[in-house]
Every structure is written in structure tokens, then in C-alpha cells.
Ligand binder design. Sequence first.
Ligand SMILES: Cc1ncc(COP(=O)(O)O)c(C=O)c1O
Length: 391
Amino acid sequence: MNKSNQKLAINGGTPVSANPILIHKPYLDEDDFKSVDTAMRTTFISGDGPECREFEKNLAKYLDVKHALFLNSATTALDLAFRVKDFPQGSEVIVPNFTYTSTALGVLYNNLKVRLVDVYEDNGSIDLSKIEALINNKTVAIAPVDYGGIPPDMDKLNEIAKKYNLFVVHDTAQSIGSEFKGKKTGNLADISTFSFHGTKNLTTGEGGAITTNDDKLAERIKILREKGTNKYSFLTDNVTRGYYEYVDIGNSYVQSNILGAMGITQLNKLDWMNNRRKEIADYYLQELKGIDGLDFLNITEGATHNWHLFGILVPPADKYWIMDALRAEGVMSNVHYTPLHRNKYYSNLGTDNEFPGSMKFFNRLLRLPIYPSLTDNEKELVVKAVKKNFA
Ligand SMILES: Cc1ncc(COP(=O)(O)O)c(C=O)c1O
């Protein structure tokens, strides 16, 4: 790496790409535009409409799980995932330190306590060897996270959970379509929580879902997401038809029927979109392998990757320089997440020394553009920019 090379755009040379290559872009096509238009014209635009129900049915089938419930975000899904269990106040939940704030927020909204656990330095995934030391008589749940789309070894995680009778909330916000040992995420834990935010592999702009095989939990979530009412079947239930009651506490976490329609058309092309991501990832893996100082994230044995993100691990001392140099070349790159304890709100939850894996991972991680509409020309420019800066 020659940082003073005058050909580098950061030093005033000509950029590899004249137009910035974005890091994320949602993939939307005519099917999405038409489905949204049609749903609007039905005038059923409020929550939990027929398109939402159809999306839920299709999603459950795709994931091979009994229940999929469409919500307005993964953040609300995480809130409900804990709420539905009524854990005693002050109970503890083990959360990986390398995650988005929402994993911890779901715990905190329910007056539970976050216990942070370290992650592996080569992929940011929950360090299974460090979980048991954190378990005590107040521990009620573990919330593994599929960083970038890579699931942890869910067999081992569920084994630990079973041994201590813990509930597993799998934060699958980023991993739709990924698998572990032939099963899709969403069907690997007591409850799983997906995000359909604009950056995700399947998007409804904002949105999320909860999935579970537990009938009782699913029934209660239908109530909790609809302001604590039993409105879910008020048109179809023969006994109470046309009448519903306030039966529990709740919040308004249902999703608009317009976005249900978008979920259906997005899901129809999810495998195609994920395959396109894989083609790009395979190209990066092939072209960037063997570069001195550049490593890839380790994919858990037995798992497949939906390539939500493409991360590279670079020398810590050069990370921000490389990020700036790539941006100067016209290739957007970023750093995300900052370990929870490094954020103001969570700074009381630990120190760098307690999370060596998380710090090593964070200090080396950079992300490259990956999304279905990234063209072959753009993917080649990304590789060219990386190679230019590592030369
Ligand atoms: C791991 C994880 N959990 C939860 C969320 C929150 O998702 P949403 O924006 O749908 O609330 C995100 C968002 O990126 C995430 O990465």
C-alpha cells in the first residue's frame, strides 16, 4: 500500500468512477409499482389488510415456518418478541455487543436488562464460547444477530438455551434467505425478527416481521400489534363477527395494506435478488483474494449467506484512510456498526477490554457496495478501486 501514490484520487489523481457508486440501493421494478398502485386503488390502505395477510402467508411458506406476522419495523418486532413473554422486570437478556441499537431496545422497552456478550473477530457473530459465563438466575433469553446476513451456529446456540431454559429471539433483520443446515433463518429459534427497511434484501420501505412456530405466541402477537384488540378475526369469526374488544395492552405495530402489496412482489423476486447479490459477492471474492492485508468475513460452517452486506477486513491503522480513498475513487464504503458499548447511550455496559473480539472486528471492518442493481461495470470499478488503493 503506497498512500502517497499520486495516481490515487485521494491525492488528486483521476477517480476510478466519475459517478459515485452507492453502497445500498433498493431494487424496485414495475411489479412493485403496479402492486402498490392496485392496492391503493382498492382504498383498503390501513393496516393488516388482505395484501398483508397474503404476504404473511407467502412469507411463512418461503421460510417454512408456521406463523409470519407483518409489522412496521424490526424494532417493533423486537419489542413484541420480548413483550409477548411477560418476563419479570429486571430479568437479563444476553445480546451481542456488535449489533444495531434495536436488538437492545427491544430488551429495554420491556424493563429488562441487557447483558452484552463479545463476538468473533472474524465475522461479528455472537461468541458462543462466552455465553455461559454470563448466565445467572436472572437470565431469561439470548438474542443472537445475523450480522451482514451470516447466521451463527444455531444448533450450538439452541443447545445452550435449552440447557438453561432460555428463550431465543433471533434478530434476523439482515438475513432473509440465509440458511443454517438447510433451514432458513426465521425458522431456527423461538421467535425471529426481520427488517424490510429500504436497505434490506427484501424491502417495503419501512417494515418488519416476526416469525414463530408457536401458536400461542403468534395469537398474542396479533393482539399486541393491534393496540391490544382482538380485531384480527372480527370480520370472519362466526361468534363475534363485527365486534372486537380491548383484551390486552398493545401498541400500533401493524403495517399498511399498500406495503403488504409491495411485500408480495418483493418476495416473488427475493431468490433472484439474492442470487444477483451472490454473483457480485463471488466476483469480489475471486478478484480480491490474496491481497496482502485484506481478508473476508468467515461464513459459519453449515450456513449460507444472503450477501446482505459485503465486508472486508483491513489493517486497523489504515481503515479510515482506505474508506476515504475509496470514496475519493467514487466507491462508497462505510463503517457500521459501532459496538454498542462505544455509543453514548450504552457506555455503561462495558469497556473495550471486555469485548476484544468485537473491537478487533470493528477496527478492521469496511463495507463495499452490493445490491441487485449494481451493474457488471460498477462491480468491476469497485474491484479496480480496491486494488488501486492496496497496490
Ligand atoms: C440487526 C438489526 N436489528 C434491527 C434493525 C432494525 O430494523 P428496522 O429499521 O426495521 O427497525 C436493524 C436495522 O438495520 C438491524 O441491522
